[in-house]
Design a protein around this ligand. Structure first.
Ligand SMILES: Cc1ncc(COP(=O)(O)O)c(C=O)c1O
Length: 335
């Protein structure tokens, strides 16, 4: 086998799992993190993007120059833009003001066209406004194909057969608990499917942001702040009633706790993850670990890197303007 890849797309996957021994020093099970930011587009959504484009190629026989529309909070956009650049498709991304400036510029640099909405919907998010704008966009671009990440068996399958399989191989088949975060449901429902098929004893936790309406157990909507996490509607990916066949426990977390955990892990482990990864790690240490013995192995899926959020989630002024308190960020140095 050659020591190089035919394109960047072959470099997707095979992300490392790392022990969080310092962050987890006070709890007895082994805490582990799968670092999806080592994917070439910087997040786990590279896997979903490639899976969705390959599905569209089979379903619609895409030819070079084909137009693809997606609605994205950022990371799927980067994965899609990367894939479309390699394959010669034109990507149109529907985005909203939660998109951080560096991701916006990255999308443009990768050749994507951006269409922005800026009004909050009735739930306090932008998801419903994006869907409304989608209708007019589809009328304006009749030849473009809309790929819906909220209802995407291809995204679920990509995570089932790549992320899920990889996890059990890396863990030698022994994993006591898996902790993932909720967004469109592609990653969690895909990984959960593989684990149910091949490791039914693994208990599965799903973490969502307070105020999200993503899951069947969600309550009242509230403004949300963590990129990629939470939705203003329940995505079809969560499979309605069969949701609880795949997910054992749901935990809600506020943005302050998630960002505090990400900050603590950056200083103690040298791993700078985004706020959604912080949410998964906070729940792994505070909620899941106390339920297991010292020989247990717990794994959190870390969606992306924190460097994307230096002007938002990790910026003290931005946090204050959103009314979020993260005392760890105002005390520099090691905790
Ligand atoms: C940073 C981040 N965290 C979490 C998620 C949620 O993942 P999923 O959409 O697979 O549920 C996403 C999805 O875009 C994301 O970008």
């Amino acid at each position: 086998m050659a020591g190089f890849n035919a394109s960047v797309l072959e470099a997707i996957g095979n992300t490392p799992i790392v022990e969080l021994n310092r962050y987890g020093a006070e709890v007895s099970p082994l805490l582990l993190a799968k670092l999806e930011f080592t994917n070439p587009g910087g997040s786990m959504k590279d896997r979903a993007a490639l899976g969705m484009i390959e599905w569209a190629e089979r379903e619609h026989q895409l030819s070079p120059g084909a137009e693809i529309i997606i609605s994205t909070s950022g990371n799927l956009g980067i994965g899609m833009a990367m894939t479309c650049a390699v394959k010669g498709y034109q990507l149109i991304c529907l985005v909203d003001p939660k998109l951080n400036p560096s991701t916006e510029r990255s999308l443009e640099l990768l050749g994507a066209e951006l269409v922005k909405v800026d009004e909050r919907d009735q739930t306090g998010g932008y998801h419903l406004t994006r869907l409304k704008r989608l209708e007019t966009l589809q009328a304006e671009r009749p030849n473009a194909i809309y790929l819906d990440q909220y209802d995407s068996p291809a995204a679920i399958e990509a995570h089932r057969s790549s992320t899920g399989r990889e996890i059990l191989e890396q863990m030698d088949g022994r994993l006591d608990a898996m902790i993932m975060v909720a967004g469109t449901g592609g990653s969690s429902m895909g990984v959960a499917r593989w684990l149910r098929e091949h490791s039914p004893a693994t208990r599965i936790w799903l973490v969502d942001e307070v105020g999200s309406l993503a899951l069947p157990c969600s309550e009242a909507p509230e403004p949300r702040f963590l990129n990629g996490m939470g939705t203003s509607l329940e995505p079809a990916n969560y499979a309605g009633e069969s949701f609880y066949d795949f997910i054992d426990e749901v935990v809600y977390i506020d943005a302050g706790k998630a960002i505090t955990a990400a900050t603590e892990i950056a200083r103690s482990e040298g791993i700078l993850m985004g706020g959604s990864g912080g949410a998964a790690c906070h729940v792994m240490r505070e909620t899941v670990a106390p339920q297991f013995d010292s020989d247990a192995r717990l794994l959190a899926l870390i969606p992306d890197h924190g460097s994307r959020y230096t002007q938002t989630q990790f910026d003290v002024e931005w946090l204050e303007s959103m009314g979020i308190s993260v005392p760890a960020l105002t005390s520099p140095g090691h905790s």
